[in-house]
Write a protein that binds this ligand. Sequence first.
Ligand code: SF4
Ligand code: ZN
Ligand code: ZN
Length: 304
Amino acid sequence: MKCKFCDNNAVIELRAYNLKLCDEHFISFIENRVEKTIRKYKLFNREEKILIGISGGKDSLNTAYILNKLQYNVEGIYIDLGIGEYSERSKGKVLNFSEKTGIKIHIYNIKEDFGMGITEIARILHRKPCSVCGVIKRYILNRFAYEHGFSVIATGHNLDDEVATLFSNVLSWQEGYLARQNILLPQRDEKLVKKAKPLALISERESAAYALLRGIDYIKEECPNAHGATSKFYKHILNQIEERAPSTKLRFYLEFIRRGRRFFEQDTKEGETQLKPCEVCGFPTTRKVCQYCTIKKEIQKRRG
Ligand code: SF4
Ligand code: ZN
Ligand code: ZN
């Protein structure tokens, strides 16, 4: 099997694009695609300070690596969620990556705010770890970015993540979520930093192959709390569809962004809930006290 662009042997076949590529051409294919996504969706420019949320997984490390390579102004933040050995190992990968690439990565430990890790917080509040974790991560990313002068937060969401979310939201017609799903989430408030997903058109498989070819060492094990997540089941189904009909995932997502999304946006604009400052921390929320401060207060109360 020969590369489409040179005489070298192809190392990967991309059926969605009908391409077979050697390692070098695959690497430039991915990097060009990310650069095109950034330009087409006007995610950010080279003057902006970009903060990348880094978990130690392939997608967030790839995001940092590619944006740095494309000469964007990036720094990362690793949020230590205090999930036992899993957090220790992922932090190790992140520190290693930072040392090798020279990309500055801030470490934020949630134990400093809560005195405990995510699993324990969720247990005390009788909530699912991922829902508590989502609230806490989003809040810290935004507050850190705002307080340190970053104009944009980039995350490592890949095409499979995006398509699974879209699929799930369509299955239950979550109009509000559909209106807000996009490659760029613009700034809605002075204290809400815009969010971008530069890897949104790169599939999970392409991302794994890129990390492998670039020698990026990432954490392969899953968070122990991810066990049984519905998104995994949806990804599995979507991969079966993709197997039968290559490029379905890309088409489903891109056509939603191009054509479908605006209908939900129009519907929800009128009734969009007003943001106001949280009475405790001052960051924008739709409630009196934001979810982060509510969790913090509740934990402090329980601990006495
Ligand atoms: Fe957090 Fe859930 Fe992801 Fe684990 S799987 S890092 S608990 S959101
Ligand atoms: Zn080639
Ligand atoms: Zn608050």
